[in-house]
Design a protein around this ligand. Structure first.
Ligand SMILES: *Cc1c(COP(=O)(O)O)cnc(C)c1O
Length: 408
């Protein structure tokens, strides 16, 4: 048997069935009318934001990276809970606008912004995190044509990366941001052109579980920002410190110690270099805020044996949960937390693989895990489905179409 990932806190059995916020998932599926279904818990999202706020220095603003989960009701809920929103496309801009979020709370990073996206962002008053000198000239020209003052920040490609992070976004040659050495010249140019200067965005990696690595990266980020501000010859109004807080997906993963990070940051804030004494700081987080608050529910359609192995074949699959299948940025396939939701407190009785309904061997949601005996009609839960699930999976593959989504 292969181990399964750790089921996040906050899920319990009710009459033998997995419950989310005190409601059985069988009832939630009935309410939604079909499987597969993503259920997101507003109580778990609220609790996560509250405990994070309690751990972090008060003056640190909290931003949500919309790409983790752009479901409208989730954005609307977070609009009440966080200070800012980081978007990465014109499509996400439209989503935050539809949620009625004030443009002053929004910043737009992402390489390859089209002219039309830059124009929409400037017209709305959203901060652009410039990813290159070329993008800076396009933004300035577009703002000039519109007769508007653009709000501009520079995304810095630092020389360091977040150690142990699942996805490295800084260090060496990267399509993201402007190499640190060229940032002061660009900052001077943008400021001289009359833009509203919004400072730096330094994002060094993602999915880190080691607080020590995050603390080290944040210290490097503060030092780099101070140096670049000095070399730019301008006060730094704002610094986006990045984020990268991970969640435990796999066997042996432990939650990140945000209390330690908050303490280190509070200490750093008491002895900031002169260049950062007037700066406002934010963290931008995606999966840490919403990932563990979501569960993907799919129904077993068939149970079969092949060469002595049991396969539980579901009506869902990698077209909704690409990451759980191991095909979204993982090197070695390991099991996500997966359970038989309709027999949530039953003991392990057999080894089985949970697969999807797609005609590809890649479509495996759990490989040789230990489960209670399950039959066609039972519900399977894939946890950690609140981020990079519905919107980061190829739902058009094999004509399957998207899963239903529900925020409760
Ligand atoms: C993807 C991304 C995030 C969110 O990453 P998480 O791992 O979900 O927290 C934040 N900032 C930037 C710039 C990103 O590209």
């Amino acid at each position: 048997m292969k181990p399964l990932g750790p089921i996040p806190a906050g899920y319990a059995a009710l009459g033998g069935v997995l419950a989310v916020d005190g409601t059985k998932v069988t009832e939630l599926v009935e309410q939604a009318g079909s499987t597969p279904l993503f259920v997101y818990s507003s109580a778990l999202i609220r609790a996560r934001v509250a405990s994070l706020r309690a751990a972090m220095p008060e003056q640190l603003a909290l931003h949500y990276a919309v790409k983790a989960n752009p479901f409208g009701p989730v954005i609307a809920l977070l609009a009440e809970l966080v200070d800012g929103f980081d978007i990465a496309s014109g499509g996400e801009l439209a989503m935050v606008q539809a949620a009625g979020i004030a443009p002053q709370r929004v910043s737009f990073a992402g390489p390859g912004k089209r002219d039309a996206e830059i124009e929409a962002a400037i017209a709305a008053g959203v901060t652009l995190n410039l990813e290159s000198e070329g993008e800076a000239s396009r933004a300035l020209a577009i703002a000039d044509r519109l007769g508007l003052t653009p709000r501009l920040a520079i995304r810095v490609n630092p020389e360091f990366d977040l150690k142990g992070s699942g996805m490295k976004m800084g260090g060496g040659a990267k399509p993201f941001g402007v190499d640190a050495a060229r940032v002061p010249a660009l900052a001077r140019e943008v400021i001289a052109a009359g833009a509203e200067w919004r400072g730096f965005h330094i994002f060094a990696g993602s999915q880190a579980l080691d607080a020590g690595a995050v603390i080290e990266t944040q210290a490097q980020t503060l030092a780099l920002a101070a140096q670049l501000a000095r070399e730019s010859g301008a006060a730094l109004p704002h610094l986006n410190l990045g984020g990268g807080f991970g969640i435990p997906y796999f066997p042996g993963d432990l939650p990140i110690d945000v209390t330690r990070i908050g303490q280190a940051l509070a200490k750093a804030f008491t002895s900031l270099p002169e260049e950062l004494s007037q700066t406002r700081f934010c963290l931008e987080l995606g999966r840490y805020l919403v990932g563990e608050a979501g569960v993907y529910l799919t129904r077993i359609v068939d149970r079969k044996e092949s060469h002595g192995e049991v396969f539980l074949i579901t009506d869902g699959g990698l077209h909704h949960q690409l990451a759980a299948s191991g095909n979204f940025g993982t090197v070695v396939r390991r099991n996500y937390p997966v359970a038989i939701a309709s027999r949530f407190d039953a003991p392990v009785a057999e080894e089985a693989s949970v697969v999807g309904c797609l005609c590809t061997p890649l479509d495996r949601l759990a490989d040789k895990g230990g489960f209670p005996r399950a039959e066609a009609g039972d519900l399977v839960a894939v946890f950690c489905a609140g981020a990079y699930g519905a919107s980061a999976s190829p739902s058009a593959f094999l004509g399957q179409g998207p899963a239903a989504e529900l925020l409760i």
